[in-house]
Design a protein around this ligand. Sequence first.
Ligand code: AMP
Length: 326
Amino acid sequence: MFNDIYNLIKKYQKIRIARHIGADPDAVGSTMSLKNSILLTFPDKDVKLLGTGSNRFSYFGKFDKCEEIEDNTLLIVCDTPDIKRIDGVLDINKFSDVIKIDHHPFIEKFKNDSLEYIDVMSSSASEIVLKLINETPLLMDEEIASEIFWGIISDTNRFMFNNSSPETFHLVGDLIKKYHLNINKLYEPLYLRPLEEIRLEGYIACNMEITENGVGYIKITDKMLEEFKTDAAAPGNMIGNFNYIDKVYVWIFVTEDVKNENYRISIRSRGPIINKVAEKYHGGGHNYASGARITDVSEIDLLIKELDEVLEKYLKKEKDGENNEN
Ligand code: AMP
């Protein structure tokens, strides 16, 4: 499959690379590294990133300002399982060929003949791009290695999540060694945060409610975001820091997003599988890291209740020694 992807990349002069809306470091890392690797290998190709840029990820370098070009163009989409969440693509059928590189559970095929490399066991889309580069004539340099490093480190939360396989450790170890990556230097832009965000994190820790079974949740209004001088993306960025709280197995951040006129939901679990519930509430994601967007306020409490019920069943099975979810 990697060779088929490489051959398609080689064939096209015009290539556009897209990621999911609401980008995170893996979405940016996988697309940016792939773009730079293609350009390093084939300097004359016209390769650009689609989607909106973000100041938050300025350490990755420049985003492209690019209109969607459809004629004789290859589209590569990383880290995105469904068409509606691709950032910057209006009509996928207008691209001549489409490649998907993803580690989310399968939702839909992008085109009848699209080439789709999906590995749900992979820690991140960036890990797949790393393997693609390692196993084909695509080239790598220190900049590309750093972008891949950020993507993997972020999606595994520094190898803490159970999506980190022995292969992930090997691949990252080799990357650090071969490209002399200074990991302390690389951690800084990834983890440096404004004081306002830390204060918001303190507020969440003090005010998170916990259900009887151990679902932690907090609702953050636009007014609170204003008070903390931060935005609707901030709570989702700190949700990983609430892992390993004793007796809290599932935690949910509900953030009012005035700009998009809905509520942004981030859900994490260190027990039950949560993405099936997220899917019922216009969302989705991974087994233990999911998200959703809710417009109808009354659905928020229903979502929390449903996750609480899923957790209750999980804990009962756990007690009876019947769990095979992990
Ligand atoms: P987040 O909490 O935003 O970091 O999202 C965690 C995971 O859930 C990511 O893998 C996202 O791709 C997925 N996700 C987040 N929001 C949505 C959504 N509205 N629809 C489908 N999947 C989502």
